[in-house]
Unconditional design. Structure first.
Length: 451
């Protein structure tokens, strides 16, 4: 059977849904996902879905809601989950050229907070979900669609709530969520990075102790000096030790296979930590930040704390460190690495920690994602990637689900995608949606359908 949706009509419909989702203000904090979820509920009901058989709405707190819908397969294989968050980060309205909650279509782009992160992608998942039902695609595994809360502020009301309290509803063999397989310009090339790993989070408070006293009688044993010295040593080192993870190894192997000699040799040489260290010394700007994130535990000082009064030398000084761990590294490993730079005299207090995740890049689903992404752009380079930040994928992993960041599409040349998520003037080109829907459809059809 080779029934395919009418992609022009499906794109127009997705745009209309996206506008409505953007108009539902779901800024987190405070969250308030309710209006977006109610819109999706109405839509599902119009399509003949009934609660609670076909979908449920799950409230974790007032106005903090999640919707989980299901299309049933014959049960011969375990489900595929399509999960997207409906909350968005705050806006600075005065910096926007158009209403961030207008959902307006201007010059072929849908404008508004969440257009990219990730209401646009969610609207695409929803469209595919609806099309599977409309075309009565016979399924060998259930297809689950989840529109969830609280990705932007800690997962508690969304994926964590579902994983801990409603695991049966989202239980799946595989899942897709934000955000990979879209065009990232890299020099003359275009990269399509499918997310197959995420870093873990370790937030630390690093404290130094000294001798308190009156500031009119200065001395060297000042906790502020000790702290400044420790921070300076971290800065001077440039980065923590390099570790080559399996995801990074797979990334460079696949990248090398898609370029000619001698670029392939250069890329392959990145499997040696000393080569990476050398590159980190030579690189600048965004490429340096990215390579640092991919190959090291990172340690970024953010909040400084010391003293109450200008004329009192404090007994203690502290800095908050936002550390991101590579998969396989523990919070203790990170503290040891930092200590080897600062030397003794600092103490650590863990503030928050969450596990990272790494998923196989040789699974049947990963291979299919890779294959279908190539259709977007025959000249593009498709590689697996580790996300430096955290998404719902690391939470779903705790329920045993193999997750990939997969929101495919082709951005027009010059579209500033990397500065736009969480930035001003967030928008998504309609041409992106039109290019991505057939890819998503092909993945779902080939992976879930019996035909
Ligand atoms: Zn997001």
């Amino acid at each position: 059977m080779s029934v395919t949706p009418d992609w022009k009509a499906a794109t127009q419909e997705t745009v209309a849904h996206l506008s409505r989702l953007i108009q539902a203000e779901t800024v987190n904090p405070p969250g308030n996902e309710l209006p977006a979820i109610l819109f999706i509920k109405e839509l599902l009901e119009q399509e003949g879905f009934r609660s609670p058989d076909d979908f449920v709405i799950l409230e974790s707190a007032p106005n903090r809601v999640n919707l989980v819908a299901r299309l049933r397969g014959d049960g011969s294989q375990r489900p595929l989950l399509l999960s997207g968050h409906v909350d968005v980060v705050p806006v600075e309205r005065e910096k926007w050229s158009h209403d961030p909650f207008g959902g307006e279509v201007i010059d072929g782009e849908v404008w508004g907070r969440g257009a990219l992160d990730m209401k646009g992608f969610l609207a695409m998942y929803l469209q595919i979900f609806l099309q599977v039902r409309r075309l009565r695609l016979p399924l060998k595994r259930d297809l689950i669609f989840a529109a969830i809360a609280d990705e932007e502020a800690g997962f508690d009301h969304g994926s964590k709530f579902l994983v801990t309290q409603h695991r049966d509803l989202i239980d799946a063999e595989y899942g897709l969520t934000e955000g990979g397989a879209f065009t990232i310009p890299m020099g003359k090339r275009r990269i399509y990075a499918i997310q197959a790993a995420e870093k873990g989070v370790t937030w630390l408070k690093m404290t130094t102790s000294g001798k308190p006293g009156h500031a009119s009688l200065p001395h060297d044993e000042n906790a502020v000096f000790y702290l400044a010295r420790a921070i300076e040593r971290i800065r001077r080192a440039g980065h923590l030790p390099v570790h080559i993870t399996p995801t990074f190894q797979a990334m460079i192997a696949k990248a090398a296979a898609q370029v000619g000699f001698p670029a392939s040799l250069l890329i392959r040489s990145l499997s040696y930590p000393w080569v990476v260290s050398l590159c980190l010394k030579l690189l600048k700007g965004q490429p340096k930040s990215l390579l640092t994130a991919l190959t090291t535990n990172t340690c970024t000082p953010t909040i400084l704390q010391a003293g109450q009064k200008t004329n009192v030398i404090p007994a203690e000084a502290a800095v908050h460190l936002d550390c991101r761990r590579l998969p396989g590294q523990s919070p203790e490993d990170v503290m040891k690495e930092i200590l080897s730079l600062t030397g003794a005299g600092v103490s650590f207090e863990p503030l928050d920690t969450s596990p990272g995740a790494a998923f196989p890049t040789e699974s049947p689903l990963y291979r299919l994602l890779e294959q279908e992404t190539r259709r977007l752009d025959p000249q593009g380079m498709v590689i697996p990637m580790m996300m430096p930040g955290a998404t719902d994928a690391c939470v779903y992993r705790q329920a045993g689900i193999t997750m990939y960041g997969f929101t495919p599409g082709r951005f027009p040349e010059g579209f500033p995608v990397l500065s736009m998520a969480h930035g001003h003037d967030e928008r998504i080109p309609i041409s992106f949606i039109e290019s991505g829907l057939p890819v998503l459809w092909a993945v779902v059809q080939k992976f879930c359908s019996q035909s």
